[in-house]
Design a binder for this molecule. Structure first.
Ligand code: SF4
Length: 689
């Protein structure tokens, strides 16, 4: 049994350094690399049992052609040549009839490898196909972070181990990035550090915290303002620091003087005493590290909320201390030159760019979503399952049902989106191809080399681009190179050592030094943090953005016809819709379930385990109730993106979410949904696995 180095490719900030058992062309146990300072030998259970996924009998192994109705899942195997010829014919016909923008290659982060994930853009740009605005995950955080901080980096996440207080704001690392817990646990064991979790419900992370602030969804900005109010009131504001390192607007103190804990209590639903206790703890602790999660950004007002949270360490000067400050993502430190991978040298920014989160609106022909351009007639979809994960599923489904739309889906399993495809191509997994990785949640560059042969006729994304490019006459150096040659050339062009060196060293740790990562040499925006952001420079829909950190009331509010606020949070055993194909994970998760406060359940006449119907103008979903007092009355939580077949009625929780773009720069608003709820009748047994 060989132990081979690899990298987790999944859509998770941890990008774990892996050690994979390999024997007889198969993988065995997967472990975290002990020597990696961030992974520190720990990975999540999902990936530890990856052999179950890689060698799953349901893996797609041959190209398929649809034989039944769209969505029926009826296909017959065909040869690769026929499959590729059909794709090329559909793309060529669409472009001839409506122009090249009628073809929309679509992708996201089912793999995070830069070559296999982003190479689709090379094909796009060479062929002048429509561009994709990648909004479904990071866009709102990015807007909020850039508004104040101005650069996407921050204090080394390993510094959490040196903190005396860690505030996990809007994230549940127990479910989504277990390595954060490693470093928090170190701080608690060695320093007696406190953990505070801000989250609308008592997650697994909140359960082990010293303090949990169960805010109403979309009110985090109010909480942050109240903490700043207390800091100013009680003498913890660092005016010298603010003068040196921020724009320190003259009206900031007056503005925050009107945002006392009582004001925030009315908005967040938290007791004044809880807000005061949190504020006192935060203000008194120099080494206070705020780890910003994605959850509280997935709302119409998410960017404003996130900006308000980044104001906290600035107002109190905590960025100066080891173990202090705030961290969201390290994207800026890698300075990639992705010309070769993405064909940036031939990109034409005059070609329309459509919002991936609004795929339903695009495919159903909403004029604004199409940017006044031609209808989308043909798609290649990779690493992404929009029929399940994109908002407003009923609209997305109507779009995919169009008889005049051709879709080719390159996938590992027959996902919901693959079931609606005309042609399905079988895709490799990370241990079956070469790729290059950067970590959002830490600072390592790694290469994951091919370890085993893929099953059947699976091909990598890169191989599919090469084959399509050859047929379409698309010329670019990236199509003539192997994936490893693209990795090597990209590393060198970006100022990093060659691939051979990275493979030999296992990883490059490129965390900037203390002064840079703590912004002691200045923030973005010419060196100064901005309490008063230039929102117009961040996104086009900036008119409603607050001039200073504030609660921004632009959410889908609870109202008589939709009195509950729904959060659709990640499940521990799934990663978006990935891993839902594994029976072991489904068994651990149980079934689609809504967490509901006992007071609400009583009012609705719902008992534990009952079926509950949730609905709004976009759709209706049936789930089972779990009575749970770890959230406020009026808040509902459904964890996990279960495939539609596990829901009565055959449609999942994104039937309820909206494809409205977040302000000001777009982004999906998954946790900003008002719904009604009603008892749906008798208890059903859990489906046998
Ligand atoms: S914690 Fe995240 S990066 Fe690490 S193995 Fe699990 S999914 Fe992959």
């Amino acid at each position: 049994m060989d132990i081979r180095a690899s990298v987790c490719p999944h859509d998770c900030p941890s990008t774990c350094a892996l050690e994979v058992e390999v024997a007889d062309g198969r993988i065995g146990a997967v472990r975290g690399a002990e020597a990696n300072g961030y992974t520190a030998g720990v990975i999540c259970a999902k990936v530890a049992r990856y052999a179950e996924r890689a060698h799953h009998p349901d893996r797609l192994t041959r190209p398929l052609l649809r034989t039944g109705e769209k969505g029926s899942g009826q296909f017959r195997p065909i040869a690769w040549d026929e499959a590729l010829d059909r794709v090329v014919e559909a793309f060529t016909t669409a472009a001839a009839r409506h122009g090249s923008e009628a073809v929309w290659p679509y992708y996201y982060a089912g793999t995070m490898g830069l070559v296999q994930r982003d190479g689709i853009n090379r094909l796009r740009h060479v062929m002048r196909y429509s561009r994709q605005q990648t909004t479904i995950c990071t866009a709102v955080c990015e807007a909020g972070w850039l508004a104040g901080v101005g650069r996407i980096t921050g204090p080394d996440p390993r510094e959490m181990a040196c903190a005396d207080l860690i505030v996990m704001w809007g994230g549940n690392p127990v479910n989504t990035q277990v390595n954060v817990m490693t470093h928090i646990t170190r701080a608690r064991k060695t320093r007696g550090a406190k953990l505070v979790v801000v989250d609308p419900y008592r997650t697994g992370t909140a359960q082990v915290a010293d303090m949990h602030l169960a805010v109403r969804p979309g009110t985090d900005g109010a909480l942050a303002c109240a903490v700043m109010h207390v800091a100013l009131r009680d003498g913890y504001a660092d005016r010298d620091y603010m003068t040196r390192f921020s724009d320190f607007p003259p009206d900031l103190e007056k503005h925050l003087a009107a945002r006392a804990p009582a004001w925030a209590a009315a908005i967040t639903g938290l007791p004044v005493a809880e807000i005061e206790a949190f504020a006192a703890l935060y203000c008194r602790t120099e080494r206070a590290y705020i780890r910003i999660g994605y959850g509280f950004s997935r709302l119409r007002n998410g960017a404003a909320n996130l900006h308000a949270v980044t104001c906290l360490p600035t107002l109190t000067g905590k960025w100066r201390h080891e173990g202090g400050g705030a961290f969201w993502n390290n994207r800026s430190i890698y300075h990639w030159d992705k010309t070769l991978i993405e064909g940036l040298d031939v990109r034409d920014t005059a070609i329309r760019e459509m919002d991936m989160s609004r795929i339903g609106a695009v495919l159903t022909g909403e004029r604004r979503a199409l940017r006044d351009g031609p209808p989308v007639q043909a798609m290649l979809i990779q690493n992404c399952n929009p029929l399940l994960v994109a908002p407003d599923s009923n609209k997305v489904r109507r779009g995919f049902a169009r008889p005049d739309l051709f879709t080719c889906v390159h996938e590992q399993f027959l996902t919901e989106t693959a079931r609606w495809a005309d042609v399905v191509l079988p895709a490799t997994m990370f241990v079956e191809h070469d790729d290059l990785y950067q970590a959002g949640g830490h600072s390592h560059i790694q290469i994951g080399p091919k370890l085993i042969e893929p099953p059947g006729e699976c091909r990598s994304n890169h191989e599919v681009f090469q084959a399509l490019a050859a047929r379409l006459g698309a010329r670019h150096p990236g199509f003539e190179m192997t994936a490893m040659q693209v990795i090597d050339a990209t590393l060198r062009a970006s100022g990093w050592p060659a691939a051979e060196t990275v493979l030999r060293q296992r990883w490059l740790d490129v965390q900037p030094g203390f002064a840079d990562s703590h912004f002691l040499n200045g923030f973005g925006h010419g060196g100064k943090f901005r309490f008063a952001p230039d929102w117009a420079a961040i996104g086009p829909n900036h008119h409603a953005m607050p001039a200073l950190p504030d609660h921004m009331a632009a959410i889908d509010p609870a109202r008589p016809e939709a009195p509950f606020r729904l959060v659709t949070a990640p499940a521990r055993q799934f990663l978006n819709s990935s891993f839902t194909e594994l029976a072991s994970g489904r068994k651990r998760e149980g079934r689609p379930t809504v967490l509901i406060h006992p007071d609400d359940a009583q009012r609705l006449g719902v008992a534990d385990g009952d079926r509950v119907r949730l609905g709004n103008a976009r759709g209706v979903v049936v789930v089972h109730a779990r009575l749970f007092d770890g959230l406020q009355p009026g808040v509902l939580v459904v964890e996990g993106i279960w495939p539609s077949e596990y829901f009565e009625g055959g449609i999942g929780s994104n039937a309820l979410t909206s494809d409205d773009p977040a302000l000001p720069a777009g982004g999906a608003v998954f946790h900003d949904t008002a719904v009604w709820a009603q008892a749906a009748g008798a208890v059903l047994a859990v489906a046998a696995e």
